[in-house]
Design a protein around this ligand. Sequence first.
Ligand code: NAP
Length: 279
Amino acid sequence: MPALILDGKALAKKTEQELTARVSALKTSSGTTPVLATILVGDDPASATYVKMKGNACERIGMQSKKIEMPATSSTQDVLDKITDLNNDPSVHGILLQHPVPPQVDERACFDSIVLSKDVDGVTCEGFGRMAMGEKAYGCATPKGIMRLLEAYDIELEGKHAVVVGRSAILGKPMAQMLLNKNATVTICHSRTQNLEAHIKQADILVGAVGKPEFIKASWIKDDAVVVDAGYHPGGIGDIELAPLAERAKAITPVPGGVGPMTINTLIYQTVESGESSL
Ligand code: NAP
């Protein structure tokens, strides 16, 4: 049977319609327009494109984005000072520091200086810790977007064996924790994992977050698995060899059009929530 396509593009579009209505209602009831501040440090073209896409998504739903561009020579203190200003600015509801920052900037220190109530990209240690403990916090945007996609398609997680390949702070680790929170049994694989193929073969739910084009082979994946590919590489390929799975996986996220649109959508979704809760 053909795999169910977990269509992130369609879900993001539908959610944008709902968010547009919520933003409009917020403006009418309180005069508040949710504002996402984006900080781009340096001139990396890919990062500039991502920030632009995030700003465009804000505009589509009637929110505002406040774009801050800082020179590539900025110091950690320069970025910390800017984040402090935004933390203290009551007109700003969410802060996004675009990853990666130039090497002289301590990205972790900068992420952690974002006040929890404006951490709509879910990058602070405090937010991660609270999420892990089941307390309220905005989720890290990419894994939270994946969870929203799985939920929209009623993918059962409880008791399933989820294998996450990758353990980065912004993807693999929070992904594993979110799946654990939903009562999946979770295995996390990384570059020192032995017998990777054998672990992947156990997966009822597989999340590929490796950063290497089609690194995970279709032949390693069992029939009827739910396959989530977080990777994106030039030419529209992901971290998983998806094509052969189209007829034998239970469900797959397409690349492009699966995880990517859900990341930006989760960022604006959480900024709207922040705008609503700031009243
Ligand atoms: P990352 O920081 O480079 O992390 C890659 C992870 O893969 C690391 O944990 C690494 O293990 C692991 N890994 C590397 N080689 C491996 C191997 N041979 N076997 C098993 N594990 C291996 O990347 P990331 O930021 O998490 O991103 C992962 C992918 O997601 C990339 O393709 C990226 O483009 C994509 N991404 C997409 C979005 C989106 O919005 N769609 C957002 C973010 C990222 P170690 O920890 O041991 O080094």
